[in-house]
Design a protein around this ligand. Structure first.
Ligand code: SF4
Length: 327
């Protein structure tokens, strides 16, 4: 559904030097999800209660602007708990961690708060239940992604296999009758997951899976919204980091429907030549991207074009999570 253009004094609707009119179609919903907001709030709450520094193990969410902003407020980002002085406060990222990391934090005398997204924690409980019921767990997801490391880390060694292609499923050494279950990375592509689930069910007819899907509401809504703008736009800009799973998935989904798709985190990464012929430019943002980054891209476009912006609402989204208690 199209919403009215911004007021005339919107800085993005004008430019002194630009002459070509371009409509910027803003995907809605886009940007921060409830899990990302909760994790960022947890760091800020810890800073206000305990004072700086508050340590954060790994990027709290996959966005460098968010990380830099929190560093400016007194957060110190580390890779491993060994870098955190004894007695310090540490927040663990929204992607989730294996229980061994929380144990390690306690053993090191740290005051640790786990900012795992409640929807990721739900997947942890699911895979643990499958394992308790004697099922081998297939996790559909990207190997090496922190969420997958955290999910697999909730199970004993050898109790889970990670797959991201039909070839991976073909290579699984289990007989069709063996007790199996599956789970899906919350930020996976909805269409790719459906294909892989179908392949798993064909190979293991009795496999157990989630009642609906593990892919979260935010991923699903943002993929729906980017589709809606991609079919209407000559070019699509996905604002997000190239190492963010949900940003990369948005770019992949858009690429199926629009020939000109760019994944950029900041204006200096824009390939302006690829926008030269565009009359309608769609913009969306990953669940870890702040709205200020979207505005920075619109401002950059306004240097090149006469820009008018329109929100295109695909899905109404009103999800919020209870704040993490860090006191
Ligand atoms: Fe949670 Fe989904 Fe956001 Fe990940 S993308 S933090 S699972 S709401």
């Amino acid at each position: 559904m199209l919403h009215s253009p911004p007021p005339a004094n919107d800085p993005s609707s004008n430019s002194r030097s630009a002459t070509r009119q371009v409509t910027v179609l803003l995907a809605t919903p886009r940007g921060f999800c409830a899990g990302v907001r909760r994790a960022i709030d947890a760091v800020r709450d810890a800073l206000s209660i305990y004072g700086a520094p508050v340590y954060v193990r790994r990027p709290i969410v996959h966005n460098l602007d968010v990380v830099r902003a929190l560093e400016g407020e007194g957060a110190i980002f580390v890779q491993e708990l060994g870098e955190v002085p004894r007695g310090s406060v540490v927040v663990l990222s929204a992607h989730g961690v294996p229980p061994a990391v929380l144990r390690d934090a306690r053993n090191r005398g740290l005051i640790a708060f786990d900012a795992v997204c409640p929807l990721v924690a739900k997947v942890h409980r699911e895979v643990e239940r499958h394992q308790r019921n004697g099922r081998h767990v297939i996790v559909i997801g990207h190997r090496g992604h922190p969420e997958i490391d955290g999910t697999v880390g909730h199970l004993p060694d050898g109790a889970a296999s990670v797959v991201s292609s039909e070839a991976d499923i073909d290579a699984l050494r289990f007989a069709p009758g063996e007790p199996m279950a599956y789970a899906v990375q919350t930020t996976y592509s909805v269409d790719d997951a459906a294909q892989l689930v179908e392949a798993l069910v064909t190979r293991f007819p009795d496999i157990e899976g989630p009642a609906t899907t593990d892919i979260c509401y935010a991923t699903t809504n943002r993929q729906t919204a980017v589709r809606d703008i991609a079919i209407r736009a000559d070019a699509v800009i996905v604002v997000g980091e190239s190492f963010s799973s949900n940003a990369t998935r948005l770019a992949e989904v858009a690429s199926l429907l629009c020939p000109q798709v760019q994944l950029v985190a900041r204006p200096d990464e824009l390939d302006r030549d690829r926008l030269a012929g565009a009359r309608v430019i769609g913009i969306t943002a990953a669940a870890s991207t702040p709205e200020t980054s979207v505005q920075a891209i619109i401002d950059a476009l306004a240097e090149q074009f006469v820009v008018s912006t329109q929100e295109f609402e695909s899905v109404e989204e009103n999800v919020s999570f209870k704040r993490l208690a860090v006191a």
